[in-house]
Design a protein around this ligand. Structure first.
Ligand SMILES: Cc1cc2nc3c(=O)[nH]c(=O)nc-3n(C[C@H](O)[C@H](O)[C@H](O)COP(=O)(O)O)c2cc1C
Length: 437
């Protein structure tokens, strides 16, 4: 029998495409979240495991040393808070998981543990937390710091942070709420404990003041790709959102994570590697290829992609000639894995900056064609990688309802007909949904 794979969608809470032929009539009111609720309903109809909302907390000015690149193009800014959107999506759906990105560098651990617990209760066990430690000095400066902590130090802090929030979620025993009418007891105080956590970076007395949520702890997603990031993910994550280079690169990434998980005493099958892809699907192969061609010849598109990578790495990519290779030795204290992935491109070491930007647009594997052709490409890739699923990604400024329909009402039904993805939800919580196969 064919092994099924999982589907998620990684999206940004920013204005969707607003200046193209496929601009929706309600695009000006994107900030009320309705566009993304519609999207989640389409995804739920297609039985996606989850919608994952990206986040950063700043208006970037790395590209060209000004905020123009971000704000004029609505690339990563404006960006609204993922948590209220996650709640709205959860309240307007009943099966699909919803994941919000929250940073360990800026959220006080107690507030985060409490917010996640509350969100998971409202979502009926369908809430996930994408753990990030943030990657930008500009973000740090919004929280009273001059610079972000050093890369590996952020992970050391995240390790301790994760330990602390877990203790907070465990500060209520599962059966602490008794609601005994005879003794007029709501919660048994003997089953709610202080944690008295005192670490190197954080201190918290506890207990949490929320009751245990349906999942007890949110489903954990993580995206760090550097060796330090992978070590953290292998320990903490239920799912890893990853960018890979080619099928071989993805297979190696997955094998590495599974090896690390096993070394830590975890069942490798409890961690799902989800690789970002940006399929281009159309009624005919010709139309799909024409769409890819349209992007390749669009300088504005290339610039927006460079604003994105500048924003994540705080490297000004506007200073490098578009039609020459990048200089060697660029480095960042920000998203190290993402920078290396971007600069690696197709692995030839010969690509120009323009070609790298276009390669970035393909994500890890180019997938172009009719629903049947792309379904075949996905099936083959999964077969070779070994699992566990794909994360659809299209930058928010390039996302419209037509694309959502292409995926949810074109590609996914074809995948379902082939028995490659789920065609019904059978489990109540996101973690169980991820572990179903
Ligand atoms: C697919 C993907 C999605 C990510 N999403 C976010 C995000 O929403 N917010 C954020 O601050 N960082 C995000 N990151 C960055 C990672 O969480 C991580 O901080 C970054 O990759 C640096 O870690 P590394 O050097 O181990 O790769 C993402 C990275 C990847 C590859």
């Amino acid at each position: 029998m064919t092994k099924k794979f999982h589907l998620g969608w990684f999206m940004n809470f920013i204005p969707p495409e607003w200046d193209s032929d496929y601009t929706s009539p309600d695009v000006a009111s994107w900030a009320n979240g309705d566009f993304y609720v519609d999207m989640a309903r389409s995804m739920e109809r297609a039985c996606f495991d989850f919608m994952m909302i990206e986040d950063t907390v700043m208006v970037a000015d790395a590209y060209g040393g000004t905020m123009e690149g971000s704000l004029k193009n609505s690339v990563f800014a404006p960006k609204h808070d993922p948590l209220p959107l996650a709640i709205k999506v959860a309240a307007n759906t009943s099966k699909i998981g919803v994941v919000a990105t929250l940073s360990t560098s800026f959220y006080p651990p107690y507030l985060l543990a409490r917010a996640c617990s509350t969100a998971d209760s409202i979502a009926g066990g369908r809430f996930g937390w994408n753990i990030v430690s943030s990657a930008e000095d500009r973000a740090a400066q919004n929280f009273g710091l001059d610079r972000l902590y050093e890369h590996d130090e952020r992970y050391n802090m995240a390790d301790e942070y994760f330990e602390l929030v877990n203790q907070l979620w465990d500060s209520w025993e599962p059966d602490a709420v008794v609601m005994d009418r005879e003794t007029h007891t709501y919660a048994d105080f003997r089953k709610v404990h202080t944690i008295d956590f005192a670490g190197k970076y954080f201190k918290s007395r506890g207990p949490l003041n929320t009751i245990p949520s349906p999942q007890h702890k949110p489903t954990i997603l993580q995206a760090g790709a550097s060796p330090r990031g992978r070590a953290f993910a292998a320990k903490a994550a239920d799912a890893i959102v990853a960018v890979g280079t080619g099928i071989q690169g993805m297979k190696e990434y997955r094998d590495d994570i599974r090896r690390r998980a096993a070394e830590m005493g975890r069942d490798p099958d409890d961690i799902k590697l989800m690789f970002c892809v940006s399929p281009t699907v159309a009624a005919t192969e010709q139309e799909a290829k024409a769409e890819v061609e349209r992007i390749a010849n669009n300088d504005l598109y290339i610039r927006k992609r460079l604003v994105e990578i500048s924003s994540n790495t705080e490297i000004d990519f506007s200073v490098f000639p578009l039609d020459e290779p990048l200089p060697a030795g660029l480095t960042t204290n920000g998203e190290r894995g993402s920078l290396e992935w971007f600069m690696r491109g197709d692995g030839s070491g010969k690509q120009t900056l323009r070609q790298l930007a276009l390669h970035m647009a393909k994500q890890g594997i180019e997938m172009v064609g009719t629903p049947a052709q792309v379904a075949e490409q996905m099936a083959q890739a999964m077969e070779e990688i070994g699992g566990d699923g794909f994360l659809i990604f299209k930058p928010g400024w390039d996302l419209n309802r037509k694309y959502i329909t292409d995926i949810c009402d074109g590609l996914v039904p074809e995948l379902q007909r082939r028995g490659l993805v789920r065609s019904e939800y059978t489990k109540p919580t996101l973690r169980q949904t991820l572990r179903e196969f």
